[in-house]
Design a protein around this ligand. Sequence first.
Ligand SMILES: [Cu+2]
Length: 520
Amino acid sequence: MRTRPVRSPASRRRRSLLGPALLAGATVLTAVATVTACSILPSFPSSGPAFVPDGPPSFDTALPIPPLAESEVVDGVRVFSLTAREGSQQFLHDERTTATWGFNGDFLGPTLRAQQGEEVAVEVQNDLPEATTVHWHGMHLPPAMDGGPHQMVEPGAQWRPTWRIDQEAATLWYHPHPHGSTEDHVVRGLAGMFLIDSAEEQDFGLPSEYGVDDIPVIVQDKKFLDDGQFQLDAQGNEVGLLGDVVLTNGAWGAVLDATTERVRLRLLNGSSARTYDFGFEDRRPFALVATDGGLLEAPSETDHVRLSPGERAEIVVSVEAGTEAMLQSFPPDLGDVVLPSAYGGEDTFDVLRVRAAPTLTASPPLADRFADIPRLEAADADTERSFDVQNREINGRRMDMNRIDEVMQVDSTEVWEVTNRDLFPHNWHVHDVQFQVLDIDGTPPPSELLGWKDTIYLEPRRQYRLIMRFEDYADEKHPYMIHCHLLLHEDEGLMSQFIVSRGEPSRDGGRIGSADHASH
Ligand SMILES: [Cu+2]
């Protein structure tokens, strides 16, 4: 595994000399992005000579902001439309064009946004040549609406999930979840953000003007082939696909022009395998304000935040007029892994250049306290379970679409002991609920793990005690998923299924009938 060297001051100077050429490339990118629906789309080879980045780019491309999805309120339901389709885009600042998949566009998708308490529906249309799904990562919703591997949408078909937004304001996201093909579909470009707003959140002085001082930042590493196509196979790496080109909202080398004193970055690790440790090159402090499921109880000052695939963090950073700051990913502490260099543990990347205008608009003061988070207590647990994660198995079993692995009783509190038994990275994602971290090897969690979480990095040989409530959406037929969000692991079977039941709790729910498939 080759890792990209840390950028030197010399390479930064070299970059600036390349500036005009790269700016020209960025113009071409915009022009080409509109020419897609033709019959000469490049195909997806799975292997071939690799593209080797010739040093980092100049970070002169304006950060693309995913458009806010249009919606229409019909009979009290806010209705969005997402069409998954083929496209193409130029990422590499030259003439090479990459075949992509996207929602309502060539790559990634629009940002869906809804208010706490709203009824929503999404009209999903699949214009791809193969079946896929759309999963609402982090969303509390009925299992038949979850978009997991049982809600396949065949080519040419539609699927219309509908539910009520019933959780805290948060940065969620959506992406495909077809069993065995999730890494492939996400790497090709299918992903987008789903923001939940609440009235309460507006009281805390958080920057909140979308695309101005409230910025979605979807970070994905890509490995390109020399002909410009995405590499789609992990080439034997235990953790999956690791790329040497880090895209932010689909741009390699992006700059954000800040116009306010404080900027809120909604960081999403939308990568398939890579764990990042985000912070600024000058190690300036920032406020960590939210994690997966919503705001922390108070801003937490730090200078770095580790995010494994699927995790989110919202940070608020101060900038000074006329200055710049580079958001980087530092070598992430992956815990006690063997050979961290093989898993990206020694890699540094520039991620996003933040360039502050000569004069800045004043930002409201950030509250020093947000809302209380009701703490779930282990003493109140109705059920305890333990999950050993090893190789591609949970408790010794691989995913079976026709087997229910766990049955949770509705209106119950559960404590889970989750342990990574391997010496390489995994993480742990639970559908339906947000959980709290009770302790890690018996030690109280660090401040960044004190809020609501739906995904957590599992350091090798450590035990994470998680607590959660299953309050509603009992359904004996449709399961939710628990899985590693390293997408290769998930595809290879590191996933299990649970139902929320009104019946008696048991450890093994037996088998379910044939999967329900979406159709016209
Ligand atoms: Cu894993």
